[in-house]
Every structure is written in C-alpha cells, then in structure tokens.
Design a protein around this ligand. Structure first.
Ligand code: WTA
Length: 694
C-alpha cells in the first residue's frame, strides 16, 4: 500500500512523530483505509518519469535537505538567477519570537540583484529574446496580440526611463490600477527595474478604496488605463482614478503624475477625462525614451512591492515583500509545483491585482522564461466555453484557476467544455479557497479528461508563494487536500493554546520558520505585522487558517478562523463591510458573517440594525441603497449577498456581538445554536430566526 501512497510512511511517521516516545502507536493507523486508497490519485507515470521531482522519495530527500541544509538547498536554487553581488552564509537569519525582540527575516544576506533583470534581460541575453512572453487575449474573441521577451524588455526600459524623467526612483511608491493587458506586468517590471515599489490595486476596487491605498503608500505616480472591458461591461478606469486623486487631495496628498494607457478596444479617447497638466498618455510618454535602461542593483532585503490585503480588523494592510527571497521562492514554486518545462504554454486566470497575478503571472513564470496567456475578460463571456476555446487556441499545457470559476463553469454543464479538444493540457491547478471534492472531480474528469494531475496550491498574499502543494510527478493526490509542504516550509498544527499537535490532528495552521518568499513586514507598521501574525502563538507565523492533518499526513485547509470572508477567492474583512454599511445614515449597527455559497464558496451575509425612526421591514429600496454604499466604499467584489434586517443583535451582557450565533442563523443551522442563555436579550434570536428572507 505504501507504494501507492508513500506519503503516509514519511509524513505520518518519520517526520511528524520523531519526538514521540512511541511512534509506532499511530503509525499503524497511518496505513490508508480502503476508502482512502480509492480516493488517491497517483501521478500519471508518463508525467512522473519526466518531472523535475519524479517520486515521493525524491521529494522527501529534497525537502529534508531544504530544512536541514538551507545553505546548500537554496544556494542551488538561487544559482539559476543572476546576482550582481553574491550572498553570504548562513543564507537565512530570522527571529519569529516577539519575546526575544523584533520579528525579522533575512534571506541571501548581502546579495544584490534585480527582479526585472532576472525576469526579462537574463532571457534576452541568453538568446531567448524572440521567445513569446505574452499571448494576450482581449475580452472580445478575435482581439489578441503577442509580445516577445525582447519587446517586453524594450517597453519596460522606455517606461523605466520615463519614470526616472518624472522623478520616480528607488523607494518611491507607484500605484498601478490597470486591466489585464501586457502593460500591467510591464509597469510592474519597470518599477522593479529602478527600485520603485509598486502597489497594484485591482481595477475593480472603488475610488474610495483606491484613494485610501494611494494615501497609505503616499503614491507619487499612478499608472492606469483609459478603461477595461469585462464581459459586456465597460469600466471607465481613468474616471475612477480622477475621483480617487480628488479624495487624496482633500486629505492633503497630491499625486503628481498620472500615466494613462490608451486602451482603445475598451474606450474612445474622447470619453476619457484628461488633465493635461498632470496626465500623460502612455504612448506619448514612452515614444521619445531610449529603449535601453540600466538596471539598478538592489539589496536582497529591500522592498520589491506592497500589496494590500484584508484581515480581521482595521483597514487593509500593506503586505511588503522582499527581492532575493521573493525571486527564488516564486521562481522555484513555479518550476516545481507546475512542473514547468520549456515548451509549455502556461495560463493563470488571476488578475495582477491579487498576489496570484504577482507571483504566478508577472514574476514566477517570467523568472523561468515561460510563455503565458494573459486574458483580459471573464470565463463566461461570450459564453461558458471561452476558457477552453482559449486553451485550444494557444495550446495551453498548464492551466491555473480558482475553485469559484470551476464551480461556476460546472453549473453551466459539460457541453461547453466538450466542444473543445483540450488535448494540450497536461496539468491543472487551483488556488484561493478549499476546493470541494465535487468540483475537484469535475475539473479532473471533464476538463482534464482524467489525464491531468490537479495541483491544489495553498498559500496567501503573506506567504508570497505556494506553501502547501503537491508536486505533480511525486505526490499522490487526494481531492480537496493541498497535500504537503513545499521545500523550506515547516507547517505545524497548533491547538488553541499554541501546542504543536502530532499525528492526525485538527487545529490552526502555523509555520515555525521562514521560507524565502514570506512577507517581511506590514509596510510602515512593524507593530501591526507582529500583532497580526506573531503574537497569538509565540514563536510561530500564524496563517489565520484552520487545518486538519489526516492519518496519512496530508494537510486539509478548513478555512479562515478569523473574521475574513473568502468570497469567490477574494479576501473580504467583515469589519470592512460593516464600516461601509454604517456610513449610510439609516444604519445604526451592522454585523457581517460568512455563509456557505454554492459558487462563491462563502457569501457575505449582513445583519443590519436601523436607526430608531425606521420600521421593520423597511422599504425594499433601502436594501439597494445599502448595497450601492458598499459597492462605492469598497468595490463590487464586496457586495453583500444577503441583508437581514435585525431590530436587535445577539449580544453578551458586556455588549459583544455573538457572531457564532449569527453565523448559525445565516447558515440555517439553528439546531446548532448552542447555549443562548448568556445573551443580554435571548429573544433577539427568535426574532432573527423568524425574519430570515424578509
Ligand atoms: C485561502 C491567495 C484552501 C486561505 C493566494 C488563505 C486556500 C487565503 C487555498 C489567502 C487553498 C488560498 N486551499 N484555502 N488551495 N489557497 N486559500 O491572500 O484561507 O488572497 O488564508 O492569497 O485564501 O488569500 P489571498
């Protein structure tokens, strides 16, 4: 049995129980049951024989080296890249324990390199300049273009030169608010070339969200596009940027310059608001600039970029990433987890506005010199066959998407899939939330014709790169499990008191040491960094996710244990939605909880208490107004799925809202309400139960 799944022996015994007095106690239980064996998908032999890692044994050996001898393991991984100045050893130095001093992480000490050079110039210099970097597919079928690595280099250099000409340089913050066109990764790479710190804001956030991110990072320059087409909708991005700049100005922050890419397939120039004293068209700016621009060599630990993400409390945090460690981490995970080989055509459907679009569009694939599809549109436009049409059009071999997209397409039936051949596919990937086994099987059987392994990659904005993921040539898969740690990652399952649990266990997921691509701080707020990730469980990085390790050592993420909703793979803080709701004059109080949702994974369910003068239920129009308020405060991605009018909320006598009870009410699980006698007014529960759906 162990030859089908060698994982159990290794993970179940040699590693996890090495400190136990009697490891044999549960090693016997670690043998898979009949049901577990049926649920195991071993690597396809033809793929395994050619893979970078060909067996579980090889994975174990490499993993062990990555932990026991990081100098050798990561030194070897890093040798694929150009370093202007080499690192000194030890290759990593860190403190995770707030009791011993500030949390700090250093990888590749003393080294200098450049992300843009390694993503672009290195390939051109090696003779691969004519290789296609981007196969761009526009929102509307028939609108497409291709760009080679040499062409990317030229554009990046011109843009970097222009940025310098307007006074943007090392350490300056640049906000990028663009659709998925090649200009978006080009803008990121131009920043990286000159040491400017990019902050990409997903071009679906509202003007208010954009402005708060611009203010927080004191953006000097905004790079945007005239507009974007997503499905049948057109969004005037420049207008949103103008509103955001006005909001910044009202708070005393002046954004000096706006660079506008003229995205003509989305919007006519005449419909784009333009302030000549401040705004510059992309093509006018770049044309006169030289096509060569020297690279600025940067210290391995200098900031590369920041990306805002939601947490339990407060405003979104600026997660700050490094240079050397981020490069090696995103590059190595891309190579091993997708088993990338030259000749592959890779397509990740994520937008560069999220971390997936950073590590697995702009950086990881380009560090490996990959050819990739960039897609501006949505999976269901003009119909639900679009993704597979694109797969056939470009012969995509590696395809990476989110469970929510898989479920949405699954709901449209198999016909739209079967119309296309999909023969080029050899590997499928998912990210963003736990994938339910039904969606996993559909992805495997219908999309991959039972031929392609599925890599379920668990990671976070904060982790920078995959931390739990199978290796397709080595790992036997279990639908719904992100399986085992990537090289260098040391996950632990903790109980509520912070004790490490051994063997099969359920608890929270934490990491006991840093891997190269872990975030370095919350930009400008080290205290918040330490409070959020390192204070609850001393000495560990706390992920915020619940986790189960099964009898075979496989890891199963059970979802967030904090007040973060995972809505269609987007992280939404409940506190953010609540703050948005109470800006409406009719709202006295709001409590937002996640609720299971067939397509989105989790829906956003808002309980709303109105100001005294309002009767229950209020006019239907108020619901629309509240939804509009959330959309304009945060963006359409935070639109509540349900609004439940709540004359009272369940509170303890000290006034704390009992969210546990609200979750049960929202999820129709009233039989599991538990003890409500400690509530200040238990009758509010009855009222809420009887007003569901009103
Ligand atoms: C969730 C996205 C289960 C998790 C890269 C995490 C997942 C949050 C998976 C991070 C997965 C991501 N299985 N859950 N394969 N991937 N998550 O920062 O709750 O947008 O904490 O990064 O998504 O979301 P973020």
């Amino acid at each position: 049995r162990c030859s089908v799944s060698t994982g159990p022996c290794f993970w179940g015994y040699r590693f996890w129980t090495h400190s136990q007095a009697s490891p044999h106690r549960w090693m016997r239980q670690a043998l898979p049951t009949a049901a577990a064996v049926a649920d195991l998908f071993p690597p396809p032999p033809d793929l395994a024989s050619k893979a970078h890692v060909t067996s579980q044994d090889e994975y174990e050996r490499m993993y062990r080296q990555s932990i026991e001898d990081p100098d050798a393991f990561w030194g070897d991984q890093a040798s694929s890249y150009h370093w202007e100045t080499p690192w000194s050893t030890p290759i990593v130095d860190y403190n995770f324990d707030v009791r011993k001093g500030p949390v700090q992480i250093t990888w590749f000490p003393g080294a200098r390199t450049n992300l843009c050079y390694n993503a672009v110039d290195r390939h051109v210099l090696a003779g691969d300049g004519d290789k296609v970097a981007f196969l761009w597919e526009g929102n509307d079928p028939g609108v497409s273009s291709a760009m080679t690595y040499r062409q990317v280099q030229e554009q990046v250099c011109r843009l970097a030169n222009w940025m310098k000409s307007v006074g943007v340089g090392k350490g300056d913050d640049v906000t990028i608010y663009m659709p998925m066109t090649p200009e978006l990764p080009i803008a990121m790479l131009a920043c990286a070339r000159i040491g400017a710190v990019h902050s990409v804001v997903f071009a679906g956030f509202s003007a208010a969200s954009l402005s708060s991110r611009m203010l927080d990072s004191s953006a000097k320059l905004v790079v945007t596009s005239s507009g974007v087409r997503r499905g049948p909708k057109v969004l005037n991005l420049k207008q949103i940027v103008d509103e955001a700049i006005a909001l910044c100005a009202a708070k005393g922050h002046d954004v000096g310059t706006v660079l506008v890419e003229d995205h003509q397939t989305a919007l006519n120039r005449s419909d784009v608001p333009f302030t000549p004293s401040r705004d510059v068209w992309w093509h006018d700016a770049l044309a006169p600039q030289p096509a060569e621009c020297p690279v600025l060599w940067l210290d391995s630990e200098e900031p590369s970029f920041k990306l805002y993400t939601s947490g339990s409390t407060g405003t979104p945090k600026a997660v700050q990433h490094s240079i050397g460690g981020y490069m090696v981490g995103s590059g190595a995970t891309f190579k091993y987890v997708f088993d990338y080989r030259p000749g592959d055509v890779y397509w990740c459907t994520a937008d560069c506005g999220w971390i997936t679009g950073h590590s697995y569009v702009t950086y990881g694939p380009m560090f490996n010199g990959a050819t990739q599809v960039l897609f501006e549109g949505v999976p269901t436009y003009p119909d639900a066959g679009r993704m597979w049409e694109i797969v056939d059009k470009y012969n995509v071999s590696l395809f990476y998407t989110a469970p929510t997209a898989i479920r949405a397409l699954m709901a449209k039936g198999d016909e739209q899939v079967k119309k296309y051949s999909r023969q080029s596919l050899r590997l499928l990937g998912t990210v963003g939330e736990p994938i339910n086994p039904e969606a996993w099987r559909w992805y495997h059987e219908v999309i991959g014709d039972s031929r392609c392994p599925i890599v379920d990659t668990y990671w976070q904005t904060e982790t920078g790169a995959h931390v739990l993921a199978p290796l397709p040539g080595a790992t036997a898969l279990k639908p719904g499990s992100a399986t085992f740690p990537f090289f260098g990652v040391q996950p632990v399952v903790l109980d509520d008191n912070g004790n490490e649990l051994e063997g099969p266990a359920t608890g929270v997921l934490a990491m006991k040491a840093p891997w190269p691509s872990i975030m370095r701080t919350v930009s400008g707020n080290q205290q918040r960094f330490e409070e959020t990730y390192f204070s609850l469980f001393k000495g560990y990085y706390f992920s915020g996710d619940g986790c189960r390790r099964d009898e075979d050592g496989y890891m199963w993420i059970t979802g967030r244990v904090d007040d973060v909703i995972n809505n269609s793979g987007h992280r939404i803080g409940t506190a953010e939605v609540e703050s948005a709701l109470i800006t409406h004059p009719a709202v006295a109080e709001a409590a937002v909880v996640p609720v299971p949702h067939d397509i989105k994974g989790q829906g956003i369910y808002a309980f709303v208490t109105l100001m005294q003068e309002h009767a229950y239920p209020p006019e239907e129009a108020l619901k629309k107004e509240l939804i509009a308020t959330v959309r304009s405060t945060i963006g359409p991605i935070a639109t509540p799925d349900n609004i439940h009018w709540a004359p009272g909320l369940p509170k303890t006598r000290s006034g704390k809202i009992m969210r546990r009870i609200l979750r049960k009410i929202a999820s129709l699980e009233e039989s599991q309400l538990g003890d409500v006698s400690t509530l200040a007014d238990p009758s509010v529960v009855e009222t809420l139960l009887s007003t569901r759906g009103v």
